[in-house]
Write a protein that binds this ligand. Sequence first.
Ligand SMILES: [Zn+2]
Length: 266
Amino acid sequence: MHSKKIVALLLCLYSLAASAQDWNKKKAAVVLTYDDALNVHLDNAIPALDSLNLKGTFFLIGSSPAFTKRIDEWKIVASHQHELANHTLFHPCNGSLPGRNFVTPDYDLASYSVRRITDEMTTTNTLLHAVDGKTERTFAYPCGDTKAGEASYTDAIKENFVAARGVQGEMVQKGNVDLYNVGSYMINGQSGDELIDMVKKAMQTHSMIVFLFHGVGGEHSLNVSLAAHSKLLHFLKDHEKEIWNPTFMEATKYIKASGTAKKTNR
Ligand SMILES: [Zn+2]
């Protein structure tokens, strides 16, 4: 083979390999997600993100007072290019599982139908549309549960959402991503250095890491301190040439466009 052709072939192979591993031309993607529509998201997390021009995804519960009583503030959050995402209307979880004493009979997913959970999702999409005007949405499974009663409701998710976040801890690799159950790391009590070590692992393995926060400086039993959260954000800002910080919507659309999602996905 002519040497120029060999060089061209090698360059082609190199660019294919590189594009398979990069995240929007960076080493890793770090997605910051915040669940359950808490006051501390508006009071602590978003000002910290905005001060460094970083982006977060807020999985909102449509009935949460921190949403219903502060809608004007969520409009501003959306205007700052954070993502308002869907975490159902009433946050139903399966109360028959271990450690689920907090689930009340009215909102026990074990006694729901798929129709009922779908109605919660679509109503919340309508609420969020009224806030930010958007028609595309991502979803996070409350408590990570994917069944209403005995039936999986994942197909109903596919009808209504671009992607969905799950709760299994994983470094997400391009190539075989289930866009309707993307893994995440639930954060509870980690130090800033421990959070940064997780990001460094994502950089070393050319992965996407999705952080799942609840409380930020309080308000929830699953919590990260303000200091640890701030230390993580500053690390992301200091390494912005190597780390992409998309919203969950941007990240999953990117995966979909790059053709590396599971073929069963829409
Ligand atoms: Zn939740």
